[in-house]
Design a protein around this ligand. Structure first.
Ligand code: ADE
Length: 276
């Protein structure tokens, strides 16, 4: 996977040399190029922002600088006409252009999974009050697959942290990135019937007077699986009832239904419904 990141603080991404990501780069699984947006400026101050049209506080990132940079990274000629047919987005290695934005839909595990199949990702990190809204519009009109995502309902100073978060969520799904592929399959938010993951324990079986749930050392795999599934259902019901409400009732087994009913859910419709 080829990854280009554009930022006014490209050094921020030096951290990617560490840990599993660094190893994946060494092995050629991912190639990351962090670019300084100011390299595409022409004025002596290397300015990338201007005051908001219509008034308001802060500064907005200018479209001209971004466009020179993105034309180059996406391989789009500056005078490319707008096209409404989506041919370019369906090419197997067509780049996906991603802007973190606190006013965009939430980035989910499903987005991470989908983007892990792309061959080339280009991330644009906004700063200040964000970027001129015409930038994503312009590239969308030229057939580029443009995504804008928020990583949560809070405001950061810029897109760099959000890009790191998305990058980690996406690249760890690449075949060969993680040591143990099975650990990905069992995780929270994975699959159509996403639940929070059950709690994990390691040895010793008793630590500072606290014992692990005895069933986990019973050696009965069926009972262990059921215990974990029930714990995941209970935990999700308590902490993220919205996830339970999205479950597909047809995909629940008899024991799941029994557990959910005991937790106060009605499971006879398409999705569980909280009673009371
Ligand atoms: N930029 C600033 N805040 C952000 C957020 N919550 N998600 C994505 N990008 C952002």
């Amino acid at each position: 996977m080829d990854i280009d990141i554009v930022s006014v603080f490209p050094e921020y991404f030096d951290v990617l040399n560490l840990s599993l990501f660094g190893k994946a780069m060494e092995r050629g699984l991912v190639t990351v190029r962090a670019h300084n947006l100011r390299d595409w400026t022409h004025d002596v101050h290397q300015s990338v922002d201007d005051t908001p049209v219509g008034g308001g506080a802060g500064m907005v990132m200018k479209p001209e600088v971004w466009a020179e940079c993105l034309d180059e990274l996406l391989g789009i000629p500056a005078d490319a006409p707008a096209n409404t047919d989506a041919d370019t987005t369906t090419a197997p290695d067509a780049p996906v252009l991603i802007f973190p934005n606190p006013s965009a839909p939430l980035f989910t595990q499903q987005d991470a999974t989908e983007l892990s199949h792309a061959g080339h990702l280009v991330f644009g990190c906004g700063r200040y009050e964000g970027y001129d809204a015409r930038i994503p519009q312009y590239y969308r009109a030229r057939g580029v697959d443009v995504r804008e995502y928020s990583i949560g309902d809070y405001v950061l100073n810029g897109g760099e942290v959000a890009v790191s978060v998305m990058l980690e969520a996406i690249t760890r799904l690449l075949p060969g990135f993680m040591g143990n592929a099975a650990s990905i399959v069992e995780e929270s938010y994975t699959g159509a019937n996403a639940l929070l993951e059950h709690s994990q324990y390691t040895k010793p079986a008793t630590w500072r007077g606290m014992a692990v749930p005895p069933v986990l050392i019973s050696g009965d795999h069926g009972k262990v699986d059921r215990f974990r599934r029930d714990e995941a259902l209970e935990k999700t019901s308590r902490l993220r009832p919205d996830l339970i409400a999205h479950l597909d009732c047809a995909a629940l087994d008899k024991a799941d239904r029994k557990t959910l009913i005991a937790l106060g859910w009605e499971v006879s419709g398409a999705h569980p419904r909280k009673l009371g």
